[in-house]
Design a protein around this ligand. Structure first.
Ligand code: AMP
Length: 218
C-alpha cells in the first residue's frame, strides 16, 4: 500500500503516519525529518535547506524531489510506504507521478488530515520533540513525565526551531498557498480519504481506516 498524508503543520500528520506505519508495516518517509537530520549532520543539503526551513518557507522543489527519489529507491520502500510532508506543491506531485510511472506504480490513497487553524497554532507552539527518537510531546496536551526528558528513550526533548509563533504563521500561509491545492489535485482522481484530527487521534485513525476499507485498500 502506498499512501500520502496531507495536512497543515501541526495537524498531527506525523503522529497518524507513525500509527499507520506500525500497524500496516510501512516505510515512513517524512521529508521534514530527512531535512532535520541533514541539518544536524551539516550536510550540504542540510545547510541549504536550513535557510528556507527557518523562515517557514518551502525548500526548493529541485532539492526536495531528488532527495525523495533517492529515498524511494531504498529497499524498505518495496513493502509499501507512507509519504509524510511530500508532495507539498503541484510541481512535486507531478514529479512524483513521473517517478512512480517509471516503476509502474501508483499511490493508493491520499489521507487528508483536517484541523481548525486556531487549534493548530496552540498545538504547534506547545509541541516538543525528542532529539534522539523523534517522539512528539506537548507541554499542555501531552507533557513528558520529567521536563525535557523523553518518556520513551530518555533523550533530550526540545522545541523545534521552526515551531515559534511567527514561523508557524508563515508555514500556515505556505500550506494554504502551495499545499492545499493538492486536495483538489488528488480529489479529481478520487484518492482522498479524510480524517478529522480536531479532537482525538484515535478517532482520526478510525475514520482513515474506514475510508481505506471503503476503497478496498485494507
Ligand atoms: P515538517 O516536519 O513536515 O513540518 O517540515 C518542516 C519544514 O521542512 C517545512 O516547513 C519546509 O520548510 C521543509 N519541508 C518539508 N517537506 C518539504 C517539501 N516536500 N517541500 C519543501 N519543503 C519541505
Amino acid at each position: 500500500m502506498r499512501l500520502i498524508i496531507l495536512g497543515a503543520p501541526g495537524s498531527g500528520k506525523g503522529t497518524s503516519a507513525t500509527v499507520l506505519r506500525e500497524k500496516y508495516d510501512l516505510a515512513h518517509i517524512s521529508t521534514g525529518d530527512i531535512f532535520r537530520s541533514n541539518i544536524k549532520e551539516q550536510t550540504p543539503l542540510g545547510i541549504e535547506a536550513k535557510s528556507y526551513i527557518d523562515k517557514g518557507a518551502l525548500v526548493p522543489d529541485s532539492l526536495t524531489v531528488s532527495m525523495v527519489e533517492d529515498r524511494l529507491s531504498q529497499s524498505d520502500c518495496s513493502k509499501g510506504y507512507i509519504l509524510d510532508g511530500f508532495p507539498r506543491t503541484i510541481a512535486q506531485a507531478e514529479a512524483l507521478d513521473q517517478m512512480l510511472a517509471k516503476k509502474n506504480e501508483k499511490i493508493d490513497a491520499v489521507l487528508s488530515i483536517v484541523v481548525d487553524d486556531e487549534v493548530i497554532k496552540q498545538r504547534v507552539s506547545g509541541r516538543r520533540v525528542c532529539e534522539k527518537c523523534g517522539a512528539s510531546f506537548n507541554v499542555t496536551f501531552k507533557p513528558t513525565k520529567v521536563e525535557g526528558v523523553c518518556d520513551l528513550c530518555g533523550g533530550n526533548v526540545v522545541q523545534r526551531a521552526d515551531d515559534n509563533e511567527e514561523t508557524v504563521s508563515a508555514r500556515l500561509k505556505t500550506y494554504y498557498e502551495n499545499t492545499k491545492p493538492l486536495i483538489d489535485f488528488y480529489g479529481s482522481r478520487d484518492l482522498i480519504v479524510e480524517g478529522d484530527n480536531g479532537a482525538s487521534a484515535e478517532d482520526c485513525i478510525a475514520q482513515i481506516e474506514e475510508g481505506l476499507m471503503a476503497k478496498n485498500i485494507i
